[in-house]
Ligand binder design. Structure first.
Ligand SMILES: [Zn+2]
Length: 212
């Protein structure tokens, strides 16, 4: 069973010191314990105290991209949203799903990226990654809030470091992009990734000393 410390997630939305005091004094321990089991179905892909967002005009969905205004589904060319964050930030999958593709753009624009398919028919894309997390391979089951990679600058030239996040529907190669802005507004912001508990090291098998 996966656990999420909701107390920490709550801290993430308020200012540090005041929420700390409130969380300590007013929330009895048993309530925190009972809330711990519920992992939100939709989790914002970058953990932290504030939602990462495009901090430059070209980072919004549908922003102008030279030579890419021919796509009807991406406004003036930008098919995702650029969430500014620091290099090395863990990138989390937003919903439960299956890793469908791990790739590197030939044009260099997307850099290293991962595509995850979800049971609700939606597909999410995570671009400009640095390192893919160990165990994240095509076909792997992933869960909302699980780290799949770290953020890098692959495929990024001049803009601030950011995760290019895209949301699509439809079959691979024929997908249609949706504006992920309102989708991400509904996502829960968590203080830290909801990674699976590390596997316990196997106990070495020990033989009893044979009777002599
Ligand atoms: Zn982008």
């Amino acid at each position: 069973m996966r656990k999420l410390v909701i107390g920490l997630a709550v801290l993430a939305v308020g200012s540090k010191s005041s929420s700390l005091a409130v969380a300590d004094e007013s929330v009895p321990a048993p309530e925190i314990e009972s809330a711990v089991e519920n992992v939100p179905e939709l989790i914002f892909p970058i953990a932290g105290e504030e939602r990462a967002e495009p901090k430059f005009a070209e980072g919004k969905f549908g922003a102008y991209r030279p030579g890419r205004s021919g796509r009807r589904d991406c406004g003036r060319g930008h098919c995702g949203i650029d969430l500014c964050a620091t290099m090395g930030s863990p990138v989390m999958v937003v919903m439960d799903g299956v890793v469908a593709q791990i790739d590197r753009s030939q044009t260099g624009e997307g850099g290293s990226w991962i595509r995850v398919e979800h049971p609700n028919g939606k597909t999410t894309w995570y671009m400009h990654l640095a390192r893919i997390r160990e165990g994240i391979k095509v076909g792997a089951d992933v869960h909302a809030g699980e780290t799949i990679a770290t953020l890098g600058r692959t495929g990024v030239t001049t803009s601030p470091t950011h995760l290019h996040f895209a949301l699509t529907v439809g079959k691979p190669g024929r997908e249609r992009h949706l504006d992920p802005t309102s989708f991400l507004e509904k996502a829960a912001l968590v203080a830290a990734p909801v990674d699976p508990e590390p596997k316990k090291p196997k106990k070495a098998l020990r033989s009893e000393a044979p009777d002599l």
